[in-house]
Design a protein around this ligand. Sequence first.
Ligand SMILES: Cc1cc2nc3c(=O)[nH]c(=O)nc-3n(C[C@H](O)[C@H](O)[C@H](O)COP(=O)(O)O)c2cc1C
Length: 231
Amino acid sequence: MKIAVIYGTERKGSTYNIAQLFISKLSDAKEDVTEFFLPTSMPNFCRGCFMCFNESSNCPDYKYVKPILDAMLNADILIFASPVYVYHVTGQMKTFLDHFAFQWMVHKPNEKMFKKQALIISTAAGGGTKSTMKDLKDSMIYWGVAKTHTYGVNVAAGSWNHVSDKKKTEIKNTVDKLSTKIKNNSSHIKPCLKVKTLFYGMRFFHKKFGVNKPDVEYWENKGWLYKTRPW
Ligand SMILES: Cc1cc2nc3c(=O)[nH]c(=O)nc-3n(C[C@H](O)[C@H](O)[C@H](O)COP(=O)(O)O)c2cc1C
């Protein structure tokens, strides 16, 4: 399976090592895995220029957005790995997500997302993985990603070297189980209820109110305001 991985830090700590455990279970070939490390892969903050809402390639940071977008669209599985920083994703991960607002459901979701799975991984010393994973899950749902899995773990350490052997065994067992589930799912991916409900909500909104012309035209051209569906 092809995998695109986005790391919320350059640090090869606990989150990175857990992501590697998943990758080794989910992929047979190194060339099927494309990895991006933040902030190097997206070094700029979103300027709030609104240009991407007309056309994504208008983004002043499109040279960073495009290779990541291409890798994600080409992948079967998207992996997002972020440590907890003050109960949320790292600042660079938030900046990354801001750059993909154009593909939120209300604007221009990409039909390929409705056939993909995502895996969100987060580690904390003691707490905050739930709210951190929600930061990422919100974007997955609004991007239209069919099925999102989460794995948050309190490692009780500041680095992978200091994670106890007992905890590492526990982590490896969970990685095995969740990887098997993801692999088994891969042959019959259908969007979850939340994603479908959002799609129909936004469809209604565009049909009834037609607020932002480029978005309405996009939905119209895809045939989504009629009988065509992205899944
Ligand atoms: C700036 C910063 C903020 C942090 N905030 C939290 C937090 O809110 N809750 C928590 O349990 N751990 C927090 N931690 C600890 C890390 O989340 C934890 O050690 C994590 O496993 C580190 O992941 P890494 O090894 O992949 O870098 C924070 C660490 C840093 C550097």
